[in-house]
Write a protein that binds this ligand. Structure first.
Ligand code: FAD
Length: 495
């Protein structure tokens, strides 16, 4: 189809391709201006790529090399999270972090991290003695020689953050198109014509935030002067409550391949362990395997020897969109009006609010007039907030309640009542998968992984969203397959 000669269905001032944390941060930032913005996402929900499967750390900013965009934007982004949390209520906590040293070489690495962090402007960095480190986290390996403490590190629920950004962007007028995979881009005169097969969209400005596919999307417009090498990382998620003994983020010294295996609490009180790093050819390769997971677990034992493999309830992996320049690529390409966000690997989540500001600067510099909206509303209310779980005996009556009662306990593991499910379904973002409900409400996040609540959640999707059974997308992971991999991993750990 010649897009330039056919009538575009949707015209806009700006098209953003990809609704991960980067596309959604940019969309939300620009939604304060009088602009017509389209946000196109290939998947059925926002936060479907790396933004849903990462460590969820708001990094302190001492690892990213001074003088790079990663260094500059991670520290700037980190400092924006308190206000973002106030406005968007997605779940963020400043826990601080420790990088452990087990030998003299590691201590030298910590000293270099301190120097680098200071150059980036990180405050409060301190190398602790083993006793000081153990007093911060008594479950650490007592063999440690020291630890780098960073008070500015935080944790965030990465998909809840992305959902919050998207909800607020849509609330402020951004038009979100899910299930809209861009398959070709053509430029005629000063307009881009973006084709998804089902629709054509046009705008004079494109922001390519397609994550691991950003190289492919750039190539569609002839704007590809970088390549992406997908790098997979696998994780183990422990049941809620297991983070009681680990209240801070625990790293091992970074290597060439990344920040190493970490042990971290999540904002919901789970424990998260991972990721490893392995180059893959396919950016869609999200498989997990018992051997890699056993290796991840064993490496994590070096930091926290008391980790209990029987408490693992889920395994997953994420794909790092590693670029070929060793830094974030944030620039207008040689194709005028086509702006690339490539190679946004870690600390991309941390940097996301600052990346949005950088995009705003690029737009201003190229002469776009940004007029503030009178009615811009930065506030979005939480769907649910972390808190202690009730004694299961106290919720048995709520579980038995009928559909239509707001107190009906839909998910018994995570204790999610009907009112929370209904709230999530009525936020202005189309929802048609069990995972989309899970990421917003936690229904299905517990030890049974949706076995109990899956059919209940389906009922709400049918009745509240008018979906029929065939159009509802089930959980992305097969429970039996996950159990098999976990059993094999546990056997390997016994060898
Ligand atoms: C294992 C791992 C651990 C990490 N840990 C951290 C951490 O602790 N802290 C931190 O700061 N950062 C971390 N990161 C980095 C962070 O996750 C990423 O920088 C961030 O999620 C990138 O967001 P994104 O929006 O660019 O990409 P994505 O979230 O992948 O979003 C890109 C979106 O574009 C869509 N898309 C692709 N092609 C098309 C198309 N043709 N048309 C329409 N849509 C399309 C995809 O469906 C996807 O939803 C980690 C990353 C990984 C993988």
């Amino acid at each position: 189809m010649n897009k330039a000669n056919s009538s575009p269905v949707h015209n806009a001032d700006i098209i953003i391709i990809g609704a991960g944390v980067i596309g959604c941060s940019v969309a939300r930032r620009l939604s304060r201006y009088n602009l017509n913005i389209l946000l196109l996402e290939a998947a059925d929900d926002v936060a479907s790529g790396a933004s849903k499967a990462n460590s969820g750390i708001v990094h302190g900013g001492y690892t990213a090399k001074a003088g790079t965009l990663k260094g500059e934007l991670s520290i700037r982004g980190n400092r924006m999270f308190d206000q973002l949390e106030e406005e968007l209520a997605f779940g963020f906590k400043r826990t601080g972090s420790l990088v452990l040293a087990f030998d003299k070489k590691d201590i030298f690495t910590l000293e270099k991290l301190v120097d680098n962090g200071k150059q980036n402007g990180v405050e409060g960095l301190e190398i602790l003695s083993p006793e000081e480190a153990l007093s911060r986290c008594p479950s650490l390996n007592t063999d440690l020689l020291g630890a780098l403490y960073c008070p500015e590190t935080g944790i965030v629920s990465p998909y809840e953050f992305t959902i919050a950004l998207a909800e607020n962007a849509v609330h402020n007028g951004v038009s979100l198109h899910l299930d809209t995979k861009v398959i070709s881009i053509e430029k005629k005169d000063s307009l881009f014509y973006v084709d998804s097969g089902a629709s054509v969209f046009s705008a004079p400005l494109i922001i390519n935030a397609a994550g691991a596919s950003s190289g492919d999307v750039a190539a569609m417009a002839g704007a590809d002067n970088f390549t992406i090498h997908p790098r997979k990382g696998q994780y183990l998620l422990f049941r809620r409550g297991s983070a009681e003994s680990v209240e801070t983020v625990i790293f091992q010294p970074p290597t060439e391949m990344g920040k190493g295996i970490l042990v971290t609490p999540t904002v919901w009180g789970n424990l998260l362990v991972g990721p490893d790093a392995r180059e893959v050819n396919d950016p869609g390769d999200l498989g997990t395997d018992p051997e890699s997971l056993a290796a991840v677990f064993k490496t994590a034992l070096r930091s926290v020897p008391g980790l209990d493999a029987s408490k693992v309830i889920r395994i997953f992996s994420g794909i790092r969109p590693t670029g070929d320049r060793g830094d974030f690529i944030i620039e207008e390409s040689s194709v005028s009006g086509f702006i690339n966000l490539g190679g946004i690997e870690s600390p991309g989540l941390t940097s996301s609010p600052a990346i949005a500001l950088k995009i705003e600067d690029i737009l201003k510099t190229r002469g776009l007039i940004l007029r503030e909206k009178q009615n811009y509303d930065p506030v979005r209310k939480a769907i649910c907030r972390p808190g202690p779980l009730a004694d299961p005996r106290d919720i048995t009556e709520n579980i038995k309640l009928e559909y239509g009662n707001p107190d009906r306990m839909v998910c018994r593991c995570e204790q999610v009542p009907e009112r929370v499910i209904l709230d999530a379904l009525n936020r202005g973002l189309p929802i048609r998968s069990l995972d989309a409900v899970k990421r917003r409400t936690r229904a299905g996040m517990g030890p049974c992984q949706g076995q109990f609540c899956g059919s209940r959640v389906k009922e709400y999707l049918q009745n509240e969203c008018g979906l029929d059974d065939s159009t509802i997308i089930g959980h992305s992971r097969d429970r039996q397959e996950m159990k098999r991999i976990l059993d094999e991993m546990r056997s390997l750990l016994k060898e």
